[in-house]
Design a protein around this ligand. Structure first.
Ligand SMILES: Cc1cc2nc3c(=O)[nH]c(=O)nc-3n(C[C@H](O)[C@H](O)[C@H](O)COP(=O)(O)OP(=O)(O)OC[C@H]3O[C@@H](n4cnc5c(N)ncnc54)[C@H](O)[C@@H]3O)c2cc1C
Length: 408
């Protein structure tokens, strides 16, 4: 299929990749609408990409070795188990963990740099509404209404395109929180205790923390961590709304309430082994933010002349280790659907068949891992390597941690 006018709503990871895919697939006129002005603000935190998924995306031309990364080889599991076990805690077990870790900002800038000059990238423009039609769709901004052959919704979890396509789909609060933080690695307490190629899974009753290094873009590293816990029911989250009813708005850096800060201190002091508690405490308030955990999946990835990508289509919980991978794989599927189809309907159907099942499977995997890792945690202290492997096999249940293999 060649030609046509395509609008991409959102210019983040999925949006840049979508513009690249539409260009390579043969679309004539492509416009990206991104509400943020200039460069997207980087929070300096990380993204992990499974090495096998990286290879596929590299050969598809969406990632390459020029983007700085840190290669992880294994994950070590630690639990607080009395003072005799040393500052890291007791190591329950270790597993292979072949992931590349990135700084989100580097990944975005690299993808943005790949968007061809022929694509019109309209920064600072909000798409207010999308109106579907039989032979196309209309994109409404403050500047007027544009008629296009296809609208790609790459506009994240609060997607205006999904609102037009599937108005009843809403993110659902999972009942627990993720704290996220990152800081320069030279502030790391006793860096020798923890190897660069190791990711740490630090587990405790009702949650866990994942810690790994990411590049800082200047030849050094940042320490990146996530910590998941269910907050006590009476804890004031300070989010100012009922989480069950609203979208997944979190708290930006520097905005944690006192109650949240003291809950995090409690987790550091009482539940984490000393080294990992100290590592979290080393994070400054403006390096730390909070995300309530949500997920959802749209029933389909396409309808009429609207197509969804990345977080606009499905948000799987980050335990899956595949958020950015899922968005980039969507782009490769879009490119090949464009390249092989003879009509818009063909292209939409091929893409939908390819991606709806994958999105749903990743959401299911995120829910299973959320139960196993946060909501119904096992008795970690009584586990050894064998028990850990059995538990992980059950938790993952043949799912695809790190993302599904890319079929092109
Ligand atoms: C600034 C930023 C920083 C991030 N940092 C990290 C990180 O460090 N680690 C991590 O794991 N994930 C991060 N994420 C989330 C991550 O990018 C996504 O979870 C995943 O990669 C899928 O990306 P996406 O492009 O589908 O969605 P998103 O990255 O959420 O992008 C959606 C884009 O659409 C734009 N948009 C939304 N509505 C409209 C509208 N009506 N009109 C025009 N534009 C609109 C938004 O401004 C945004 O740029 C970040 C997202 C953003 C926007």
């Amino acid at each position: 299929m060649r030609g046509g006018k395509v609008a991409v709503v959102g210019g983040s990871i999925a949006g840049c990749a979508a513009a690249l895919a539409a260009h390579r697939g043969g679309a004539d006129e492509i416009t990206v609408y991104e509400r943020t002005t200039g460069h997207l603000a980087d929070r300096g935190v990380g993204v992990a990409v499974h090495t096998s998924r990286y290879r596929e995306l590299e050969s598809a031309g969406y990632l390459d070795a020029d983007m700085p990364w840190v290669q992880l080889e294994r994950r070590r599991w630690y639990v607080r188990d009395g003072s005799a076990t040393g500052p890291l805690g007791r190591e329950i077990g270790a597993m292979p963990f072949s992931f590349r870790t990135y700084n989100w900002g580097h990944l975005w800038r690299e993808l943005r740099g790949r968007v061809p000059d022929s694509v019109v990238f309209r920064s600072g423009v909000v798409v207010e509404e999308v109106r579907p039609g039989i032979e196309g769709a209309e994109v409404v901004t403050a500047d007027g209404t544009e008629r296009v052959d296809l609208v790609i919704g790459a506009d994240g979890y609060r997607s205006v395109v999904r609102e037009a396509a599937f108005p009843t789909v809403r993110p659902a609060y999972a009942g627990y929180l993720a704290w996220r933080g990152a800081f320069p690695a030279d502030r790391l307490p006793d860096p020798e205790l923890w190897a660069r190629e190791d990711g740490a899974y630090v587990v405790f009753p009702g949650g866990h923390s994942v810690v790994y290094r990411i590049p800082d873009g200047a030849g050094g590293h940042r320490v990146n961590w996530l910590l998941y816990t269910t907050p006590p029911p009476d804890l004031d989250l300070g989010l100012g709304h009922d989480l069950r009813l609203t979208g997944p708005a979190g708290l930006p850096p520097g905005k944690l309430t006192e109650a949240l800060s003291s809950h995090l201190t409690y987790v550091c002091d009482e539940l984490l082994p000393p080294y990992w508690g100290e590592l979290v405490r080393t994070t400054l308030p403006d390096e730390l933010f909070l995300q309530p955990m949500y997920d959802f999946t749209a029933p389909r990835y396409t309808t009429d002349r609207m197509l969804l990508m990345g977080d606009a289509a499905t948000v799987a919980r980050p335990h899956t280790g595949a958020g950015a991978v899922k968005a980039l794989q969507d782009a490769t599927a879009l490119e090949s659907a464009f390249a092989t189809a003879t009509t818009w309907q063909d292209a939409l159907d091929t893409y939908d068949t390819n991606r709806t099942a994958v999105g749903g499977a990743m959401v299911d995997l995120g829910r299973r891992l959320g139960r196993a890792f946060v909501q119904e945690t096992p008795h970690w202290r009584s586990m050894d390597q064998t028990a850990l492997e059995t538990w992980w096999k059950q938790a993952e249940a043949g799912g695809t941690f790190g993302g599904r293999e890319l079929k092109r």
